[in-house]
Design a protein around this ligand. Structure first.
Ligand code: HAM
Length: 415
């Protein structure tokens, strides 16, 4: 888990603001579910036999039950949707959240144990245009940040009859070589055979290479849905590559699944993952309404922005004023001036370390402030303030009573 230091906040704010603006433009409303949920919620949604539930959850046993720090956002949003009763009053809900998720993973570049997701969910409909809408929203997020080389990969996981048939086909395919596989695969073969296909072990991955593909046995209904998603994407000029290898590591997915990849990130290049989860609401005790969503990880996005030199383009936030006491006699006046400027809405800082005039000027010129204001014996006597615009070095004396309006004008003029 890592700290986000003040120097990194501007780029974080940029990601958050792009996310919020885009979500708003697509009609998605913010929802903020809690970070802790009943452990059973994740077992029922993400699935008991998955990496997340078997190995990665931070779980707290409390007297009255078991709580887990959310490893992902979809389950909590679906639960909140049902608890709020949207299924009765307004079933189609476009929702998003931005916040921390927790997984006990091996930390590496772009993967952390506490990480932030921009999670977008559209609940209450089976319409294939929504799958396309979400792919489009996710792709625009990266484009807006200046990342042009993000690839969209889509696949269909089927649902119902084709899924059952596929499970049998995978079992038949795996059976002859089960002895060569890792212990986890052997146990998953019995408990959740499809998860054998996303084992990370090298030998197992090699054995999975020629596994049957669900996309080859889709029912006409599910094939039609998948084709409709692709046509909806083509209609808006959004390119998506069909990749039968996208199987996703969570059990709730049905039909469309997709990932957005940045080839620059290498093997674990997914910046975004999502898809349909048409039966999750039903599995959590609600009606069978259909839903689709995705989550973008900020950590991976930041790594790619950094690699491409795009994070440096986000300018740090400047404070308006650094107020300087030129000599001892002005300290009290600077303290009062700072208070007055803060009341007038200017972000203002002053010296509390009794530094020399020269040291204070150096501090002011360090790149964090727009203006240095200097008060000394002479300014006190004349009822004025020296105002230095730090970017240009221009300096002028301003009558004390006019200071606020002069600063406002200069800021409005883009100083
Ligand atoms: P996911 O593929 O597990 O899907 O995660 C989505 C994205 O979150 C990943 O592509 C990655 O960018 C980021 N991510 C995941 N784990 C980590 C980690 N340990 N450190 C940094 N980033 C990470 C889900 O979470 C689904 N809930 C997505 C979804 C929403 N499906 C439907 N609706």
């Amino acid at each position: 888990m890592r700290d986000v230091l003040p120097e990194e906040i501007p780029i974080w704010e940029r990601l958050e603001s792009v996310a919020r603006v885009l979500a708003g433009r697509f009609g998605y409303r913010e929802i903020r579910p809690p970070l802790l949920e009943d452990t059973k919620l994740f077992i029922r949604s993400v699935g008991e036999v998955t990496d997340i539930v078997e190995k990665e959850m931070f779980t707290l046993e409390k007297g009255d039950g078991s709580l887990t720090l959310r490893p992902e956002g979809t389950a909590g949003i679906a639960r909140a949707y049902l608890e709020a009763g949207y299924q009765h009053k307004a079933p189609l809900q476009r929702l998003f959240t931005i916040g921390p998720m927790f997984r006990y993973e091996r930390p590496q570049k772009g993967r952390e144990r506490q990480f932030t997701q921009f999670d977008v969910e559209c609940l209450g409909s089976l319409d294939p245009r929504l799958d396309a809408e979400l792919v489009d929203l996710a792709a625009r997020f990266f484009e807006e940040l200046g990342l042009e080389q993000v690839e969209v990969r889509i696949n269909s996981m089927g649902d119902g009859a084709d899924r059952d048939q596929y499970r049998d086909a995978v079992r038949m395919f795996l059976l002859p070589h089960m002895a060569e596989r890792c212990d986890l695969c052997r146990s998953r073969f019995e408990r959740n055979v499809l998860r054998v296909l996303d084992c990370k072990n090298e030998t197992c991955r090699e054995l999975n290479r020629d596994a049957p593909r669900l996309i080859d046995c889709l029912t006409p209904d599910n094939r039609g849905h998948f084709e409709a998603v692709q046509s909806a994407l083509t209609a808006i000029g959004r390119k998506a590559q069909v990749d039968p290898g996208i199987v996703r590591g969570l059990d709730y997915y049905t039909r469309t699944v997709f990932e957005l990849h940045a080839p620059a990130l290498g093997a674990r290049s997914a910046l975004c993952g999502g898809g349909r989860y048409d039966h999750l609401l039903r599995d959590l005790g609600g009606p069978d309404l259909g839903a689709v969503g995705f989550a973008i990880g900020f950590s991976g996005t930041l790594v790619v922005l950094e690699q491409l030199g795009l994070s440096a383009k986000v300018s740090p936030k400047l404070l308006d004023v650094y107020a300087i006491a030129a000599d001892e006699s002005a300290r009290e006046a600077v303290w009062k001036l700072a208070s007055e400027l803060r009341s007038a809405g200017f972000a203002t800082v002053y010296d509390v370390e009794q530094k020399s005039l020269k040291a204070q000027m150096k501090q002011a010129g360090g790149g964090a402030y727009r203006f240095a204001l200097v008060l000394g014996e002479r300014e006190l006597a004349e009822n004025s303030v020296q105002v230095k615009h730090l970017a240009t070095g221009r300096q002028q004396g301003v009558v004390r009573a006019n200071l606020v309006s002069v600063l406002r004008t200069m800021l409005l003029e883009g100083a």
